[in-house]
Each structure stands twice: as structure tokens, then as C-alpha cells.
Design a protein around this ligand. Structure first.
Ligand SMILES: [Zn+2]
Ligand SMILES: [Zn+2]
Length: 294
């Protein structure tokens, strides 16, 4: 039996572990490649738009926290969800055909990811109590300067921003038999790549809405706009709720036509927290944010 066949057999029997293995390999390989681009490929510097600040954590400083989150929160959550029959149930029932699985993977999963991500990020992690007590500030100490920082966050933050928004779409697709073994396994590693890229500091596709890393970079700097995940996300909730830093002109235009007002860009609490971090930087870039938000 070839290695590929052996892995396919293992994956069919243990899709959660296979997904975790593929995710860990691709996540750490990709973040290391981005790290190499930072340090060894000066020719790509024009595409590196967001850089570390003096207090930003380094690649090596972030690694222990990232591994802790992945091994001690993500992996047990995946095993528990499988044990409870919430995810990966399709391997025990007739597998759905490829077309509905792929359609659900491309169109439905990102939407189902965006809802819990936006709600918990905006209303829990950025609430006056949540920002400090759940230590969302730790994730904001990265300014999207390093791909690895996509999962550099406190435990509760990791649970709300990574684990739950990953398990919700997976459980819905599993429940309605809309993901086969391959797409169930792929949701985590493919979804994670968007996070890696948007935290890398690079922006190779500026102006292409779905691939522009500016959206999440602005959230890291201004705290109270663009709460949805950026790259790879549908990004419909920010323009709908009036919290977009950039983008979403059709929905924003409809909102204005209906008479909805955008959320005030800089709230008192977020402004204070931002000032804690870097007063001058925030002040200067807040103007940039307003300019971009139109
Ligand atoms: Zn982030
Ligand atoms: Zn945030």
C-alpha cells in the first residue's frame, strides 16, 4: 500500500485527526515561508505593506502561544465535537456526492463562518469588559506583520475567533450531509490559509475585495471597524451593520438609501484602548481609516 493510499485510509477512518495533521503541516509551513519572505527575499518588500512596531511580538515569541492554542484547545475541541456526533458524521452515513459538497464548501461554509466570527468578535471580544478580561488585546499586539500571528491570541479569544467559527459551519454541513470526507477535512486548513495571508503583512492583490489584506489590517489598527474575517470571508456583515473600514460599496449604498447610519468609527472605549497601545500611530492612522471608509 502506497503512502498516499495509507493516508487516505487513515483520513477516512479519522477525518478529524487527518484534518488536524494537514492543518498543522500547512499552517506552520506557510507561516515559515512568509517568515522567509520577510527575512530572505528583499525583492518582495514592495508588497509588504504592514510592518511590526517596536512592541510587536516576534515570530519566535509567538510560537509557544500558537502551539499551545492548537494542541490544547483546537485538537481537544475537534475530538470532543466528533465524540458528541456534532462533526464528521458523514463518514458514518452515505457520503454526499461531490457537487453539493463542493458548492457547500465554497458558498455556504464561509457564510456560516462569518456569523459567529463577527458576532463574538464585535460584541464579546470588543465589548468594554471582553477586550480586557478575555485579553483580545494580545491578538491586537500583532499589527498583521507576521503570518504566524493569525493564531497568536489568548485561550478564550482562540475559542471564540477560531474554534467556534470553524466548528459551526462544519457541524451544519455535517448535519445536513453536505460535506464529504474530503471537504470536511479541507475546511480547517483552507480556511486557516486566509488568516495566515491577511496577517502576513503582504498585500499581493490590493483592490481585489476578497483578497485584499487591508481590511483586517485596518481592524488591527483602529479596533472598531471591519470585525469580520477579511481574506476569504464573504465580508457582508460589516457593510450591512455599518462597521466596514473599507469595501462593500453596493451594500453601503443600499444602507444609505434606506437611511441607516454607520456605526461611529471611534468609540470611547476602543479609542482609550488604542491610546494605551500607541497614541500617535493611532491618531495619524485614524485619519487614514476615515479617508478609506469614505
Ligand atoms: Zn487578526
Ligand atoms: Zn479585534
Amino acid at each position: 500500500m502506497s503512502l498516499a493510499h495509507a493516508f487516505a485510509h487513515f483520513a477516512h477512518q479519522n477525518p478529524n485527526l487527518a484534518s488536524f495533521l494537514i492543518f498543522m503541516t500547512s499552517y506552520h509551513l506557510s507561516s515559515f515561508v512568509f517568515h522567509l519572505l520577510d527575512t530572505r527575499f528583499p525583492t518582495l518588500r514592495p508588497y509588504k505593506k504592514y510592518h511590526s512596531l517596536p512592541k510587536s511580538p516576534s515570530y519566535h515569541q509567538m510560537m509557544a502561544r500558537v502551539l499551545l492554542n492548537q494542541f490544547f484547545i483546537l485538537l481537544p475541541s475537534m475530538l470532543l465535537a466528533t465524540h458528541l456526533g456534532i462533526t464528521y458524521t458523514t463518514i458514518y452515513s452515505p457520503s454526499p456526492s461531490t457537487l453539493p459538497s463542493v458548492l457547500a464548501f465554497v458558498a455556504l461554509a464561509p457564510l456560516l463562518h462569518e456569523v459567529p466570527f463577527y458576532l463574538s468578535h464585535r460584541f464579546i471580544l470588543h465589548s468594554s469588559w471582553g477586550f480586557r478580561s478575555l485579553n483580545h488585546a494580545l491578538h491586537h499586539s500583532s499589527v498583521t506583520h507576521s503570518a504566524l500571528s493569525a493564531m497568536y491570541m489568548s485561550g478564550p479569544d482562540f475559542l471564540l475567533e477560531i474554534v467556534v467559527p470553524y466548528l459551526v459551519p462544519l457541524s451544519v454541513l455535517s448535519k445536513y450531509n453536505l460535506c464529504n470526507t474530503a471537504t470536511c477535512i479541507a475546511i480547517l486548513p483552507v480556511g486557516a490559509f486566509g488568516g495566515l495571508y491577511e496577517h502576513s503583512g503582504y498585500n499581493f492583490f490590493e483592490g481585489i475585495a476578497a483578497l485584499d489584506t487591508k481590511v483586517h489590517a485596518m481592524h488591527h489598527r483602529f479596533y472598531n471597524c471591519s470585525f469580520a474575517d477579511g481574506v476569504g470571508a464573504p465580508s457582508v456583515l460589516d457593510p450591512m451593520m455599518g462597521t466596514a473600514c473599507t469595501g462593500g460599496p453596493p451594500i453601503k449604498a443600499i444602507r444609505r438609501w434606506l437611511g441607516f447610519k454607520d456605526v461611529e468609527r471611534v468609540k470611547k472605549i476602543t479609542s482609550e484602548m488604542a491610546l494605551d497601545g500607541d497614541r500617535k500611530l493611532n491618531d495619524s492612522r485614524r485619519e487614514e481609516c476615515s479617508a478609506h471608509s469614505g
